[in-house]
Design a protein around this ligand. Structure first.
Ligand SMILES: CC/C=C\C/C=C\C/C=C/CCC/C=C/C(=O)SCCNC(=O)CCNC(=O)[C@H](O)C(C)(C)COP(=O)(O)OP(=O)(O)OC[C@H]1O[C@@H](n2cnc3c(N)ncnc32)[C@H](O)[C@@H]1OP(=O)(O)O
Length: 279
């Protein structure tokens, strides 16, 4: 994917010069050092290999540009933050594809979880599974107060299992017992429930999600970067190292698990159910 620059919006000067790729729009504001990164992979921002790749490229570009200290992650698709991993990448393909795909999922999580940037999730839509994982890698989560916008790691509902580093990320956020129950039951939380269990930090009216994210960002960016980054690293490095130490084994584990006939059947049935839902 190539990074494309788009013309700055009228009268906005350089700081609003947008860039991005086909599926990841980046609206940087150099004056504040904050960029808004919007997923644009309609209809549901499913995390396809292309979106994962573009996401990693755009994140790396922002991390390498010292103008930017904070990034707000949000969706350009209505009603959905991200539907999670793209199910079509995990069924009906071959082991080599599964390995390539999973490596990209690992890479995105590794880069987000230990990012030196302040990352705030402005969750303006449904946020299941892989979408929830992305929000969990952020430093702060704001969810729109819409009962249709459920959030959680619902993998067991599909007959699959969230890998240990998904689990670790959830445990680090809501604690062990709450995670144990949420993961086994594949819980999708309503906004008020997500707030109560600590899965999100704030629930606000839908039209205030971005403005709230911008004001929270200002608070986090008031902290000296180096001290905040060292603290974030201290909090998260043990969790990250668990995957780093066994990335290849994790890929092999994913490939053998996802390739099982029973798992393939579950995923196919789940995809069919999603399509029937519309009928
Ligand atoms: C002990 C450990 C052992 C092993 C573990 C190790 C390895 C195993 C690991 C396995 C993987 C685990 C991690 C998996 C993470 C995931 O993210 S799996 C994906 C889970 N996602 C979901 O369950 C969400 C499914 N989608 C929805 O619920 C809804 O689509 C929505 C609420 C997000 C939006 O609803 P609507 O706006 O009504 O849209 P539609 O449902 O009509 O969908 C529109 C369109 O998009 C297709 N689609 C939806 N979600 C996905 C998806 N995730 N991937 C691909 N495609 C998706 C849907 O089928 C519709 O398609 P069309 O009908 O328009 O063709």
């Amino acid at each position: 994917a190539t990074i494309r620059r788009t013309e700055p919006t009228a009268g906005s000067g350089d700081s609003a010069r947008r860039f991005g790729t086909q599926r990841v729009l980046v609206e940087p504001d150099a004056a504040s050092g904050v960029a808004v990164m919007k997923f644009k992979n309609p209809p549901v921002n499913s995390l396809s290999l292309e979106l994962l790749t573009e996401f990693i490229i755009s994140l790396e570009k922002l991390e390498n540009d010292k103008t930017f200290r904070g990034v707000i992650l949000t969706s350009d698709c209505p009603r959905v933050f991200s539907a999670g991993l793209d199910l079509t990448e995990m069924c009906g393909k071959n082991p080599a594809h599964y390995a390539e795909y999973w490596k990209a999922v690992q890479e995105l999580w590794l880069r987000l979880y230990l990012s030196n940037l302040v990352l705030i999730a402005a969750i303006n839509g449904a946020c299941p599974a892989g979408g929830c994982l992305i929000s969990l890698t952020c430093d702060y989560r704001i969810l729109a107060d819409n009962p249709k916008y459920l959030i959680g790691l619902n993998e067991t509902l599909l007959g699959i299992v969230a890998p240990f580093w998904f689990k670790d990320t959830l445990v680090n956020t809501i604690g062990h017992r709450a995670s144990e129950q949420a993961l086994q039951l594949g819980l999708l939380f309503l906004p008020a429930e997500a707030l109560q269990v600590g899965l999100v930090d704030q629930v606000v009216p839908e039209d205030q999600v971005l403005s709230t994210a911008l004001s929270v960002m200002a608070r986090w960016m008031a902290i000296p970067d180096h001290a905040r980054q060292l603290t974030k690293n201290m909090m998260r490095k043990t969790t990250v190292d668990r995957l780093v130490k066994q990335r290849d084994a994790d890929i092999q584990n994913f490939v053998s698990f996802i390739s099982r006939d029973s798992i393939q059947k579950s995923l196919q049935m789940y995809l069919e159910k999603l399509k029937q839902k519309k009928g």
